[in-house]
Design a protein around this ligand. Structure first.
Ligand SMILES: [Zn+2]
Length: 209
């Protein structure tokens, strides 16, 4: 994985990129670690349609090392060596209205590029929205398609992150947790694939529509 530290501006191809804040970069790295947590949370048995995974605001350093050791993702410092590149793209909002929050759209390009498109309307970005938009796009990389079954699922085309009817600890704005729901069946398939030592390049991928 390589996270491009310079954001692009959609309207001006030759516009010099703005450096992403360190907190934003940390949040994006977190989005990858979250996937390891999600896979580890997959129940091996049972018929539940989806599983709820609590995301901590920040994974502790030793735990992050443990998650990276699981081998699903490796971060590289050279973009040319990466199988997957993440870029943040700033896009002017289609319509501005007071109180409208910044929207984040995660798109996966089959070329190995994830674009996180930020449409700004003045409000500050929800860091969890950025993180879960990236998680959604990484889900496509791992072969997850959109799910229509659940109203609220990480791989829903519209609602990546939900507050209800999740447990109280996922609904508290003040605490450092949020939750995502993930369909169990594809999660088990991914878990099996990881156990057989497949690398990211061997995953099928699912192009964003
Ligand atoms: Zn999608």
């Amino acid at each position: 994985m390589y996270i491009e530290p310079q954001a692009r501006h959609a309207a001006f191809a030759d516009h010099p990129g703005e450096a992403l804040a360190e907190s934003t970069l940390a949040m994006l790295r977190q989005g990858f670690l979250d996937w390891v947590s999600v896979v580890l949370a997959a129940p091996s048995k049972g018929s539940a349609e989806q599983v709820l995974v609590i995301l901590r605001k920040q994974v502790a350093e030793p735990q992050a090392g443990l998650l990276l050791g699981a081998g699903l993702f490796t971060f590289v410092t050279d973009r040319a060596q990466a199988q997957l590149v993440v870029e943040v793209v700033h896009q002017p909002p289609l319509a501005t209205s007071a109180g409208q929050v910044e929207t984040v759209i995660g798109r996966y390009r089959r070329s190995g590029l994830i674009e996180l498109v930020l449409a700004r309307s003045g409000a500050s970005s929800d860091e969890f929205a950025l993180r879960t938009a990236l998680m959604h796009a990484v889900g496509h990389v791992l072969g997850f398609a959109h799910t229509d079954a659940a109203q609220c699922n990480l791989m829903s085309s519209e609602r990546h992150l939900c507050h209800v009817p999740f447990p109280a600890e996922c609904r508290e704005e003040a605490v450092d947790t949020r939750c995502v729901a993930v369909a169990v069946a594809p999660l088990r398939a991914l878990d099996r694939a990881m156990r057989t030592g497949r690398t990211l390049a061997e995953f099928p991928g699912e192009l964003e529509r």
